[in-house]
Design a protein around this ligand. Structure first.
Ligand code: ADP
Length: 747
C-alpha cells in the first residue's frame, strides 16, 4: 500500500493501535467519513496525514490532481504543521500550502495539494468563490470538538455543512467528548473512540504533600519548602521530569511562577544557559515591560509563565526552553493545553474553578482532561502524571469525579444571532443560497437543526436574521408567491413546522409554497468578503454618516479619535478594556468634550479603547500604554491587529457609501499604516526593519537617520545610539556589506 510505504520512508515503521483500527474500519475508502476521538499525543495527526496521502497520490505515487484540506484551530498550529508536512512530503512532489493571512484576499492556492488553514480563513476563501475548492476531495479537521466553542464553533459548523454538501471525505480528529455519537451521526461518519496512549497516564489528586492516584498506590511527597506545590515540582525535577502548572488566569500563572525557585536543582551549564534566555527575554521589546522583567527573573530560576499576554517571541522562547529541558516548569493558562505539542512529566491543574461574567464557575471537565492529558513525554517518561491540586479536603470528592467521570456534551453554537448574521449573508453573497428553499435545506443540514430537532424554531431564528439583513440593505428579497396564511400570532402546526406571521414578514421560510429569492447587494457582498458582523457594519455606516455631518468642524486629531471610537463600538473589538471606577468620571468628561452624549457603560468602555489606540499611533511609549490601560504586551498587539482590520474594513465601507473623497477617507488610509506600527507616518520606513521598534525608530529619526540606506551608511551612529549588542543585531539583519565590514572594525 503506497501510503504505508511513504510512512516507512518517513521512519514510521509501525502503526499505533488506534491508527490500525481506523485503517481496518476503512480510512482508505474515500467515501467514508470518520470521527476519531483518541487522547492527545496518541497520533491523530498521522491519521489525517494518511488520509491526505491516500487522496493525493495514487498507487504508483503519482499525483492524482486532488486536494486535501487540513483545518486547524490556531495560526501557530498551522505554521507548525506546514513546516512538518513540507519536510516530510515535498520530496514526493506534493506541494504544501499555508493560508492563514488576511481575510480579504482571493488567494490562488490551486497549485497546492495540501492546504493548511483555519476554519475562519477557509470560510473567507469560500466567500471569495475560489475555484480550486471543487478539487478538494478530503478535509481533515483537527480539534473538531471546537464545533461546540462559543466563539468559533459556528464557523466550523458552517464549513462542515458546506463540505458535506461538496461530498468531500471528512476526517474529524477530536479530544474526548461526551456525545461523540451525536456528532458522528450528523457527519455520517464512522466513530472511532479509543483510550490508547503512547505513555501511560496516572491520574491523581494532590493534597498536603500526599499524592493519591486513582489506580496506583499513593506517594508521599518529601517536604523541602513551606509551599507544597514547590515540593511537588522539586520531586519531579529531581527525577529529571518537567511540569506544567495550569492556573485559572494570566495573573495567577505569573503569581504562581514567582513563588518557586529551582536554582538549587540546576547544573552550572543549565544556569548559564538559563541566564542567556533570561537576557534574551529582556531584549525583545525596545523597553522591557514589567511582565518581561518578571519573566526574565523567573527564567533564571528555571521556571517560566506562558499566557496570551506575552508576545509571540516571548512565548516561543519559553516553549523552546521547555522543549530543550532547560526550563523545568511552566505556569500557564489552559490555552497552552489546547494547541501546542508540549508534553511534560507532571501536568498539575492548580485551579478547578475560574472567574467568568457569572462569577466563579467550574472549568469544563473537557478542558481539565486536555490539560492533564499533556503528561507523559514519549521516549522520555516511563509514565505521565495528571494531577489535580486541591487546597481543601472538601474538594477531594469533586476532583475525583473530574478525573474519573465523563466529560461534557458539545452543543451547536449556530443558534447565536451574530453567527447566523455573518453566515447567512455569506451564503447568500456567494450564491450558494439563492432562495428560501435553499436556505431551509442548508439549515436542515446543520448540526444545529440535527441536535435541536425543532426545525420550526430554527427557521424562526433564521427569519429574524434575514429581516435584519434586508432592513440594512445588505440583501434584497423578492417574494414570488405570497402565502395565503394571514395568522397574526406565531404558531407551530402539528408537525412542528413554523407558521409565520405574514403581516410581519412577506415570506415564510417554513412554507414550501412561499417562494422567496435572495440577492446580496453590492454593500452586502463586500461586507461578507470583509468577514465582519453585519451588525458592526450597521454601526460603522451610521457612525460614518454622523461623522460626515460634523467633520468640517473637527481637526485631524478629533477625526482620528472619532474613527477609533467608531471601530471600538463594533462587535469585533470585544471584549473591551474594562473601565475602573476611578476612571469613569474622567472618561465621561473627555467624552463630553468630544461632543459625545451617550454615557452608557459600553460606550465608556469603547471610548477608553479608542484612547488607547490614539496613544498607540501617537508614539506614547509602550510601557506607559501598558501601565495606563492595564494591558499586557500580547493583548495590546492582539487589539492592534483587530483594530487594523476594522480600520481597513471601515475604509472599504466608506468607499461603498461614497465617502472616498472625504477627509474621513484620507484619515482612514493613513491610519491603516500608522495603527500597524504604532507611529507617525514619518517612521514607517524605519519600522519595517527587523529589531527596530517604535522608540528605536524615533531615536534614529531624531538623529537624522531616516531610511535603511541611511542606517547602512551610518553604522558608527547605530552603535553609538544603541550599543554594541543591539547595533550588531540591527546591522546584521540588514545584511549589507558595509554593515558587516563595520562590525569587523568594531570588534
Ligand atoms: P495528536 O495529534 O494525537 O496530539 P500527534 O499526531 O501529534 O498527536 O502525535 C504525537 C507524536 O507521535 C508525534 O511526534 C508523531 O510523529 C508521533 N507518532 C504518531 N504516530 C506514530 C507511529 N505510528 N509511530 C511512531 N511515532 C508516531
Amino acid at each position: 500500500m503506497h501510503v504505508l510505504d511513504i510512512l516507512k520512508e518517513n521512519k514510521i515503521t509501525e502503526l499505533r493501535p488506534p491508527q490500525k483500527k481506523v485503517i481496518d474500519e476503512g480510512l482508505f475508502d474515500k467515501t467514508k467519513n470518520f470521527l476519531i476521538c483518541i487522547p492527545t499525543a496518541s497520533g491523530k495527526t498521522l491519521i489525517g496525514e494518511m488520509a491526505l496521502l491516500n487522496h493525493i497520490l495514487d498507487e504508483n505515487k503519482n499525483l492524482t490532481g486532488k486536494k486535501g484540506l487540513f483545518i486547524v484551530p490556531l495560526k501557530a498550529l498551522a505554521n507548525e504543521k506546514f513546516d512538518e508536512f513540507k519536510e516530510k512530503y515535498e520530496k514526493y512532489g506534493i506541494k504544501v500550502g499555508l493560508s492563514i493571512g488576511d481575510f480579504d484576499t482571493k488567494e490562488n492556492l490551486s497549485k497546492f495539494h495540501i492546504i493548511i488553514t483555519t476554519s475562519e480563513k477557509l470560510d473567507s476563501l469560500m466567500r471569495h468563490e475560489v475555484e480550486w475548492i471543487n478539487d478538494v476531495s478530503l478535509a481533515v479537521i483537527d480539534e473538531i470538538h471546537l464545533i461546540g466553542d462559543n466563539d468559533r464553533g459556528g464557523t466550523l459548523e458552517v464549513i462542515l455543512t458546506k463540505l458535506k454538501n461538496l461530498n468531500a471525505q471528512i476526517v474529524g480528529l477530536s479530544a474526548t467528548i461526551g456525545n461523540p455519537e451525536e456528532l458522528s451521526n450528523w457527519l455520517n461518519a464512522k466513530l472511532i473512540v479509543d483510550e490508547w496512549r503512547p505513555v501511560e497516564l496516572k491520574k491523581g489528586i494532590y493534597f498536603e504533600n500526599e499524592l493519591e492516584f486513582v489506580k496506583s498506590p499513593a506517594k508521599k511527597i518529601k517536604q523541602v519548602s513551606k509551599n507544597n506545590i514547590t515540593d511537588l515540582i522539586v520531586d519531579s525535577v529531581e527525577e529529571k521530569g518537567s511540569c506544567l502548572i495550569f492556573c485559572n488566569s494570566k495573573r495567577n500563572a505569573v503569581g504562581e511562577a514567582k513563588k518557586h525557585n529551582l536554582t538549587k536543582y540546576l547544573t552550572r551549564t543549565e544556569q548559564h544557559e538559563l541566564n542567556k534566555l533570561s537576557e534574551e527575554i529582556l531584549s525583545i521589546l525596545d523597553t522591557p515591560t514589567e511582565t518581561c522583567k518578571a519573566l526574565s527573573e523567573c527564567i533564571k530560576k528555571g521556571i517560566a509563565f506562558h499566557h496570551a499576554g506575552l508576545t509571540y517571541q516571548h512565548r516561543k522562547i519559553v516553549e523552546d526552553g521547555f522543549r530543550n529541558r532547560l526550563i523545568k516548569v511552566i505556569c500557564c493558562t489552559p490555552t497552552l493545553s489546547a494547541g501546542l505539542n508540549l508534553p511534560c512529566r507532571r501536568a498539575i491543574v492548580r485551579d478547578i474553578k475560574r472567574y467568568s461574567q457569572n462569577g466563579l464557575v467550574d472549568i469544563p471537565r473537557m478542558e481539565i482532561q486536555q490539560c492533564i492529558g499533556r503528561a507523559g513525554r514519549p521516549g522520555l517518561d516511563p509514565y505521565g502524571e495528571g494531577i489535580i491540586y486541591i487546597k481543601n479536603e472538601k474538594e477531594i470528592e469533586k476532583a475525583y469525579e473530574i478525573l474519573t467521570g465523563s466529560v461534557e456534551n458539545i452543543y451547536s453554537k449556530l443558534a447565536n444571532q451574530k453567527v447566523l448574521r455573518i453566515h447567512i449573508l455569506g451564503l447568500i453573497s456567494t450564491g450558494e443560497i439563492k432562495d428560501g428553499q435553499n436556505l431551509v435545506n442548508f439549515m436542515k443540514n446543520t448540526f444545529y437543526a440535527y441536535q435541536f430537532g425543532n426545525i420550526g424554531a430554527v427557521l424562526l431564528n433564521v427569519s429574524e436574521v434575514v429581516k435584519f439583513l434586508e432592513k440594512n440593505k445588505f440583501l434584497e428579497t423578492s417574494v414570488l408567491k405570497k402565502t395565503e396564511n394571514t395568522v397574526r400570532e406565531l404558531s407551530f402546526d402539528s408537525s412542528n413546522n413554523l407558521v409565520l406571521d405574514s403581516k410581519e414578514t412577506s415570506f415564510d421560510l417554513a412554507n414550501p409554497d412561499s417562494k422567496v429569492e435572495f440577492r446580496s447587494t453590492k454593500l452586502g457582498k463586500r461586507i461578507s468578503e470583509l468577514y465582519i458582523d453585519p451588525m458592526s457594519s450597521e454601526i460603522i455606516i451610521e457612525e460614518l454618516y454622523e461623522l460626515k455631518k460634523k467633520c468640517a468642524q473637527l481637526d485631524r486629531s478629533k477625526i482620528d479619535q472619532s474613527l477609533f471610537y467608531l471601530i471600538s463600538k463594533t462587535n469585533e473589538m470585544r471584549p473591551l478594556l474594562r473601565v475602573r471606577a476611578n476612571e469613569e468620571l474622567d472618561l465621561i468628561l473627555k467624552m463630553d468634550k468630544m461632543g459625545l452624549k451617550d454615557y452608557s457603560a459600553e460606550n465608556i468602555e469603547a471610548f477608553k479603547n479608542s484612547k488607547m489606540f490614539c496613544d498607540w499611533v501617537s508614539e506614547i511609549p509602550e510601557e506607559i500604554i501598558l501601565e495606563k490601560y492595564g494591558v499586557e504586551p500580547g493583548i495590546l498587539r492582539y487589539k492592534v491587529e483587530q483594530a487594523k482590520w476594522m480600520i481597513y474594513s471601515t475604509k472599504e465601507i466608506a468607499k461603498l457609501i461614497n465617502l472616498d473623497s472625504s477627509a474621513i477617507y484620507r484619515a482612514l488610509m493613513e491610519m491603516e499604516l500608522r495603527i500597524e506600527y504604532g507611529a507617525k507616518e514619518e517612521l514607517i520606513e524605519l519600522l519595517k526593519v527587523k529589531n527596530i521598534g517604535r522608540s528605536r525608530s524615533r531615536k534614529l529619526y531624531n538623529a537624522g537617520i531616516r531610511s535603511k540606506i541611511e542606517i547602512n551608511n551610518n553604522p558608527e551612529k547605530i552603535f553609538e545610539l544603541f550599543g554594541e549588542k543591539i547595533g550588531k543585531k540591527i546591522l546584521g539583519e540588514l545584511g549589507m556589506k558595509y554593515g558587516q565590514q563595520t562590525l569587523l572594525n568594531f570588534n
